[in-house]
Structure formats: structure tokens, C-alpha cells
Design a protein around this ligand. Sequence first.
Ligand SMILES: [Fe+2]
Length: 256
Amino acid sequence: MNISTLLKHVNKLTPLDHAFEDDSVGLVIGDESNKVGNFIIGHELEESLLDYCKDNNVDTVVTYHPPPYKRIINEDEIETHIPDRITERFIDSSINVISIHTAQDVCKEGNADTLVELFNMSDVSIFANSVDNFGAGRKGTIKKLSPFDFKKYVENKLNTKIIRTNEYFDDIKEIQKIALLPGSGTQFIDEIINSVDVFITGDISHRYLLKADEARLGLIQVGHISTEIPGMKKFVKKLEKELDLKLNYIYRKYYE
Ligand SMILES: [Fe+2]
């Protein structure tokens, strides 16, 4: 199999043209004509993944997050992208990288849909749209829970202890309407602010905690990758079935 064939299989499960417009998905390092020997799934480019690739002669990685680049705008306003050190090391090691990122968030049975299933949500609608009716956010109804029980529920469902709330969260009487966005999603907060009791996402900055307090919206911040891992595990299973082989999925458990 070469990279272009692998890309076709990936695209079948995770249509890449449904990603957000400015997102970097598809083949991001390497060439479509390259041969795929050993390949694995990684959550993102980082040292332990590179070590694993080197130790196991892995030449191709399908990652969730795209490789990090630094964006530089020069005096003539021309934009260039400089690879971060870790990106450079994968380039130098001639490892092909295919990234699925927001295409995987928005797709059918992708990261957002997997959260709907995990939290047993009903009356589900989509927000944070990428293209057409595809979007990375889901809001809907769950069984009624107290804030205390809901926190335990989130920890349990997402297999994490890294959880933080805004101050208003403990004033909520009962939680029944929730919104979720895998990874980091506070930029979409205005789309759900008056329609749910609680919003769960990662990387919540201080000003959003205050904004949600003012709007009487509960916020739950979990580790960034905790909301992405369940959907990625499903993707791995689907790709294994599609290609009829076993695949390793590597992510940093510390950050779950
Ligand atoms: Fe992410």
C-alpha cells in the first residue's frame, strides 16, 4: 500500500473536506507515492511517539492533531510557516504524517458523536459548524444530575481526574442540558450560552470562566485530549476493520 491508498481509506472514514477551512488535514508530511510499511496511530507529534517510531521502524503515522508550525508574518505581510522542532524531527526522520483533526471531530461517529454516545445524550443538535451541517459541538439532554454527581459522571465517562469548574457551577440546582466540544472550544461559547446548563471542553482561559459566571452558565474544563481520546479509539477500530490489521494508538496517558 502507498500513502495515496491509505489516504483514500482514511478519507472514507473521516471525510477530510469536512474539516474547518483553515485546518491542516490530510498528508502533512511526506509524499503520496511513498510506500507504507509499518504504520501506527498517534494522538499528536511528540518525543515518545518519535521514539516509538524509531524503535519499531514505523514509517507512517496517522495523527489526530496536525504537526505544530510557527506562523510568521514578515514586513511585506507575507505569511510563512516554520516547523516546530518536533515537526522538523519527524520530517528529518522521513516519517509520513497524515492528520485528521477537525475532520475527525465533525464526522459521523467521530469525536463529537462519540461524546454524545458516552454521555447518553438525547435531543441532540450540532453547533460550531465547519461546512454544511457538519460541526464539532453537540448539545443535548441527559438524565438530571446534581453538580456534584455530574462532576463524578464526567470523571468516570472521560476516565480523567483533571477537572475544573467555574465558580457558578456549584450554584446550579440540577444539570440536564449540556454542550460538549472535543479539545478546545470556548471560541464557540456564544452559540450555546443561553441554551444549556453546562458546557464541557478543554483549555478554558480565565476570561471565559468569568464570562460564564456572568451568563450563569456552568463550565467544566477537562484535559484537552480527554474529550478526543474516546472518538480516536473508535477511529482506530474502524480503520483496523477497513484495512484488516491491528493498529497501535499512542497518546500521552498523563494528559488524559
Ligand atoms: Fe485538540
